[in-house]
Design a protein around this ligand. Structure first.
Ligand code: UDX
Length: 442
């Protein structure tokens, strides 16, 4: 059992802290936001993450997990301090390290014995050394300490599962002793440990995320070519995926990646490379493909309707992916303003993210949690997120509800034959268009 303080109760901090408590450690999660901490003490979770609330409540009840705004005290009591604060992206693509630096200063000022300081926030290569320098100067040699980089690979929507069953833990440390402490902490989660130095661990995080983003942009480029040569990208991906060297995952063509990691990390890695005089052209192309891909559904709509003015468009899904209300870099943030600009009348459906989405779209669109009502009388229906309810919707009913039987699927949720059988005009990504014999477009 270790005494752990976690700085920052965002996604990374809260999930990691909860999982450390779940595996028997004594954890205090800290934040400067009083309301957030009060809510957490009262069992209110600030993020939508399936299963998290239950595990938080159990660990609070069993007194392994507490919450506080008294950061100095939490630091003094801890053996291990995790930094999981936000690193928002500045205009330049550079990560803003203000919160990380503030935490490092507070740790330095309150260092009262040997501690292991672990960075879990996604930070530029070199931040571990920076934290080491800040703690060192603020603590004036009062006590020894080590710094570790232990990057996070969890996915939103399956964050608990991903942490409890991680495929590997990456531990980059300034001493073997500190590395061993963090490796021990991860024994319940995985046997596979990559032990390395600070810079390498920091680089692994970026290299992994940008590689996955590259896979997505690659298959989206292939999808765009498939559309021109009459091939089906889902079959192309299947055919590629059986090759173990390629792997079947992250080859789903669509309207591009969003979320809190891929967009931010790809830009940050380009910036990191620039800082050391390297022009990372491949990553730049990945970003460019992704930016263009988001608007594919709009161009498909425009190829059908000479004008979108006054057309009722049902938009299905607002969040960047299913099982989350996260709107960060969601493709809908580009697509909806474009539809609104063309004076389309947009009614959106999302099971969870409507409230979060309202902060971006305000009253420019209407919101619904009733899938079929959203579709009723629409001139066209556009799928942006592959929520279970959407993937499982009854296409016959969809056709009956629609004014015109037009379905634009940005996530390739349906089989082409199924769409044809339902009598839909079905446009998806990287697959042949399913046409309908009746002429319906005015
Ligand atoms: C990702 C990484 O998976 C995780 O390891 C890292 O720690 C954080 O970033 P997350 O952003 O939660 O996790 O979502 P993920 O499920 O990876 O999807 C990211 C985006 O890529 C979504 O917008 C998704 O729709 C898109 N995507 C994913 C595709 O377009 N095609 C695919 O084949 C896979």
């Amino acid at each position: 059992m270790k005494k752990i303080a976690v700085m920052g109760t965002g996604y990374v901090g809260l999930v990691s802290g909860t999982c450390f408590a779940e595996t028997g450690n004594q954890v205090v999660c800290c934040d400067i936001d009083e309301t957030k901490i009060t809510n957490l003490i009262n069992g209110k979770i600030p993020i939508y993450e399936p299963g998290l609330e239950e595990v938080v409540k159990r660990n609070v009840k069993e007194e392994r997990l507490t919450f506080t705004t008294d950061i100095p005290q939490a630091i003094r009591d801890a053996e291990i301090i995790y930094i999981g604060v936000g690193t928002p992206m500045a205009e330049s693509g550079e990560a803003d390290l203000t919160f990380v630096k503030n935490v490092a200063q507070t740790i330095g000022e309150n260092l009262n014995g040997y501690k292991v300081i672990v960075n879990k926030s996604t930070v530029p290569v070199g931040t571990g050394r920076l934290v080491h320098g800040i703690v060192s100067s603020r603590s004036n040699g009062r006590a020894p300490f080590d710094v570790v980089s232990n990057p996070e690979f969890l996915r939103e929507g399956s964050a608990l599962y991903d942490t409890m069953n991680m495929e590997r833990a990456v531990v980059g440390a300034t001493s073997d002793h500190a590395a061993d402490m963090i490796i021990e902490l991860h024994k319940p989660f995985t046997e596979t440990i990559v032990k390395t130095n600070l810079e390498t661990a920091e680089m692994i995080k970026y290299a992994s995320n940008v590689f996955l983003a590259t896979k997505i942009s690659y298959i989206n480029d292939i999808a765009n070519i498939c559309e021109r040569v009459g091939a089906d990208v889902t079959k192309v991906a299947e055919g590629m995926g059986y090759d173990k060297r390629i792997g079947a995952q992250f080859l789903q063509a669509g309207i591009g990646y969003g979320g809190s990691c891929f967009p931010k990390d790809s830009k940050a890695l380009v910036h990191i490379a620039e800082q050391v005089g390297y022009d990372f052209k491949l990553a730049k192309a990945v970003i460019e493909t992704n930016d263009k891909q988001k608007l594919k559904v709009v161009s498909k709509l425009k190829s059908i309707f000479p004008s979108l003015k006054g057309k009722r468009i049902a938009v299905l899904g607002l969040a960047f992916k299913p099982n989350t209300d996260d709107m960060r870099d969601a493709p809908s943030l580009e697509i909806i303003p474009e539809l609104v600009k063309h004076e389309a009348d947009v009614e959106a459906f999302d099971p969870i993210a409507n409230r979060a989405a309202k902060q971006f779209f305000g009253e420019s669109i209407t919101y619904s949690t009733d899938l079929y009502k959203t579709i009723e009388n629409a001139d066209a229906c556009v799928i942006l997120t592959d929520w279970k309810e959407i993937v499982e919707m009854d296409l016959d009913k969809v056709r009956r509800q629609l004014k015109m039987p037009i379905l634009i699927d940005g996530r390739n949720c349906f089989d082409l034959k199924e769409a044809e059988k339902a009598g839909l005009i079905y446009h998806s990504i990287g697959r042949p268009v399913v046409e309908h014999s009746a002429k319906v477009i005015q």
